[in-house]
Design a binder for this molecule. Sequence first.
Ligand code: GAL
Length: 380
Amino acid sequence: MKFKNLGVVALLMMALVACQKEPAKPIVSGEIWPDNEGVHVNAHGGGVLYHNGTYYWYGEHKSEKTSSALVGVMCYSSKNLTDWKNEGAVLKVVDDENSDIVRGCVLERPKVIYNEKTGKFVMWFHLELKGKGYSAARAGVAVSDSPTGPFEFIRSGRVNPGKTPVNMDEAALAAMDSLNLEDYKEWWTPEWYKAIDKGLFVKRDLEGGQMSRDMTLYVDDDGKAYHIFSSEDNLTLNIAELSDDYLSHTGKYARMAPAGHNEAPAIFKKDGKYWMITSGCTGWAPNEARMHSATDIMGPWTKHPNPCVGPNKDLTFGGQSTYILKVPGKKDAFIFMADIWRPKHPIDARYIWLPIQFQEDGTPFVEWMDSWTMDWFDQK
Ligand code: GAL
C-alpha cells in the first residue's frame, strides 16, 4: 500500500516537472544583447515582424567607427523574443557607385511588413546618398519572397511629388500658396515657425516630393499600410498611405504636428485608438519622448505628456524610440523599443525594450525596469 502511494506521488511529481516550461529569459535594457553566436545584436533603429510563429528583428548594421552603411540591413529570428539567431544581411549595400545603396550611403531605420495579398515581404528605409550628408532625405523600398531575404532594392526617392496633404483644405492650400521662401531667409524666428506650420516647406518640395527621414511602417486591421516619416527638414511628420502592394505611395497623406520637430516615430493601436511615440530632434543625443493619439490615423492628433516614467524619464532613459511591437497571443501586450546610440562607437549602441502599461483611463506609459521577462504580460 505504502509503496503504491509512493509510486503515485513520484508520477505526479514527474508530470509536474514536465509541465513546467523553461522560465522566460530576462530582457535587460542598455546591456549587451548576445545573439546565437554570442555577439551583440547588430540591428539598430529597427523593428520586429511576427510571421508564422517566428519573430524577425530587422535593423541597421552599424560598424566600429562609422554610422554609414558598410553592410546593410540585418535580420535576426527568434521564437521567444529573447534568443536571436543571426540571419545575416538581408539587404546588402553594393559596390556599384551608380547605385543609390552604394557602400557608404546612410541607410537607417529599416522596417519590414508582410503583404497578405502578394505574399511578399516589403522593406522601407531612410536613405541618404553617399557623400551628400543628410540632404537627399529619401525613402527606399526593397522586396523579398522570404522574411530572411535576400531583399531586392527597387528604388529610392522623395515622397508624393505633386500631392497636397489631405488635412489641408482649400483655404489652407491658398494660404500656403501665398507663402514665399525668399521672405523667410532666417530660420527659427516666430514668423518662420508660423510659415512652416502653414506649409512653407510643403510648397517648397511640392514638385520634387516631400522629404523623408526617420520612419516607421504600420499595417492597419484592414490591411492598409502606412509609411510615417519625418518630413519638411524634420519639422513635420507625414502619415502616407501605401499602395495595395505596399511598394509605392498612393498620394494620400496627412501632415502631423506641423513645425513640431518630431523624429523616431513608433505607433500602435489599442481599442480603436492610435498612439504614436516620437522624439525631439537632437541627433544621436537623447531627448524627452512625446506622445500623440488619434482615432483616425490621418488625424487630428492630440498631444499628451511624456509617456516615460522612472529614472532618466526626461531623456527617454537615454534612448530614442524606434518601434512598438504588438505581442501576438497576449492581451494588450506591446513592447516599446528604443536605441541608445553610441555615435563614437556605433556598433556598441544598445537597446531599450520595455512593456507598455496603461493608466485607468487607457493612457499608455512606459516605466523603466532594470530587468523583466515576457511573463510580465501574463502576470499584470
Ligand atoms: C537622429 C535620427 C537617427 C539618425 C541621427 C543622425 O536624430 O533619429 O536615425 O538619423 O539623427 O544624426
